[in-house]
Design a protein. Sequence first.
Length: 223
Amino acid sequence: MVSISAMTIKERAKLVDKKLAELYPKPPIPLDHKDSYTLLVAVLLSAQCTDARVNKITPTLFASAADPFAMSKLSIDQINTIVRPCGLAPKKAQAIHGLSEIILNKHGGQVPNTFEELEELPGVGHKTASVVMAQSFGFPAFPVDTHIHRLAQRWKLTNGKSVTQTERDLKKLFPDKRWNELHLQIIFYGREFCQARNCFGLECPICKELFPNRKSKIITKKA
């Protein structure tokens, strides 16, 4: 039997997968939404903002405009006033207004369901597109935010060179049928046990089980 201290990366991934599935068998989508458009807007607003705060703001926003047509009728200043508590409001408001017009004019009012088309929208990067593809369209994707990037380094599942590299490494380690659920499970685990500025690879149950002899903090590389 292989000792824990001598685990291979695949063995570590298997343990992480098992523990997360036990802890969060059916993880909910943390951003409140009713369709692909409201999810897209909510994910865009969540950049450098907590999901909890976004969920406090979106009911007011969607009461005014819950579809691309209605949103395009609002001015950027009107959107900005509502979303200001989410931070980076001027850029986010401009992006929300712009992507709404593009969805109307180029996609017949429907949120596109390809990475290429989503990433052409203002304010929509690969991570946002991945969330929409996974959670709205059921396409296998592995959205990696800064916290997932940190945890993957603490668990030595990636070298942490970049978010892009972390996404590639995690996709190689886990079957694609697990990607959509697993990224949510990691998010919930990180919030509950392995916070960005708390665990540092020393405190949480998974970190301690993977590396019982680890003594020094893991200094993660920036996303």
